[in-house]
Design a protein. Structure first.
Length: 158
DNA sequence: GCCAACGTTGGC
DNA sequence: GCCAACGTTGGC
């Protein structure tokens, strides 16, 4: 199976790329996803070694801030079972888990975040899911061409 | 803080 | 299975 590319959103006020950088082994479980489409991508399609763009939403400015890799494939999101978690979902049981997550490890933090505005100016990114009107999927596929384009932008000297 | 665009829920 | 009401996302 060919390597796939993804984009995962997070609000830096709740969990930022800096938080990821400070984790043991710079690895974390991507918990709290409560959208079926996003869940399906994590549960069914993400494989170890796939690359991920990390995106800060509700940030100033909203931007792609770095990359990560999948280091553990889907397993039940146990926060759904925890009554004290804000991600608690009484409809998810141990025997029939409703929500899943993967583990990701930080790959690189971009020296300069690539702002949403800048992404919109790049022709090669016109079809990116992130840039489509009304798109708010928190876990979404990215084309290799798009991933490579963004890496190139990140590497460009200012 | 506003609000457009989506997604989910639940009555019927 | 429709759809109105409600809740959430996320840029601005």
């Amino acid at each position: 199976m060919a390597k796939k590319y993804w984009l995962m959103k997070t609000e830096p006020s709740s969990y930022s790329i800096t938080d990821l950088a400070n984790e043991k082994k710079q690895t974390t479980c991507w918990d709290g996803v409560r959208n079926y489409q996003a869940r399906n991508f994590m549960r069914d399609e993400m494989k170890i070694g796939d690359s991920v763009l990390l995106y800060h939403s509700n940030a100033k400015p909203p931007a792609v801030v770095g990359t990560a890799v999948i280091v553990r494939e889907s397993y039940p999101d146990f926060t759904a079972w925890d009554k004290n978690s804000k991600y608690f979902d009484p409809k998810s049981s141990q025997t029939e888990p409703r929500w899943f997550m993967v583990d990701i490890q930080l790959d690189q933090t971009f020296a300069e975040p690539i702002a949403l505005d800048a992404l919109r100016e790049v022709k090669a990114l016109d079809d990116m899911v992130l840039l489509q009107k009304g798109s708010r999927l928190s876990v979404q596929p990215v084309r290799k061409k798009e991933f490579d384009t963004i890496l190139k932008l990140a590497g460009r000297k200012k």
